[in-house]
Design a binder for this molecule. Sequence first.
Ligand SMILES: Nc1ncnc2c1ncn2[C@@H]1O[C@H](COP(=O)(O)OP(=O)(O)O)[C@@H](O)[C@H]1O
Ligand SMILES: [Mg+2]
Length: 166
Amino acid sequence: MGAVPFIGRRRELAALTKRLDRVSRTGAGSAMAIRGRRQVGKSRLVQEFCDRAGVPYLFFTATKGMSPVEAVAEFCAELRESCLPADPEQVVRVTSGSWPEAFRVLHAAIPPTPSVVVVDEMPWLTEQDDLFDGALQTAWDRLLSVKPVLLLLLGSDLHLMERLTA
Ligand SMILES: Nc1ncnc2c1ncn2[C@@H]1O[C@H](COP(=O)(O)OP(=O)(O)O)[C@@H](O)[C@H]1O
Ligand SMILES: [Mg+2]
């Protein structure tokens, strides 16, 4: 990554910037799905946006075949190492494989100022855990959307994405 300089995508970057501006202005969260075939440049676009946005962010990429226990632990580890939490020491490592618990940890870590949370390769999480979709939906509705956070979900078509971003 980064060997080839970032090219183009001005419209897409502008659309993301506009979303984040709205989050900043309103103080309310916004969720957005970015779908598309493999290799079209979803991850690179969003990484570039995060680099330029100038706000704290978490970029979590799911791994194919990871069990829920592994995925949740990895999510918490990435969260702890990211620039998102004001106090990384407070990010507890969830070992139960519970996404509701992981989202509570995320909620506690999201600062009161604008931020970005990215879940890349989200379909791998849904594939491994039937509860993931519902857990994210509930966490978004009850906890996360109240914060000034831009949530970006990357992957192929998912019903959840349509519901969250409707
Ligand atoms: N705008 C861009 N400028 C330069 N290289 C890019 C751009 N978009 C994607 N790439 C490169 O193309 C490859 C595929 O992009 P990637 O973001 O991984 O696709 P996706 O996430 O959609 O599968 C990567 O090597 C990436 O660095
Ligand atoms: Mg990708």
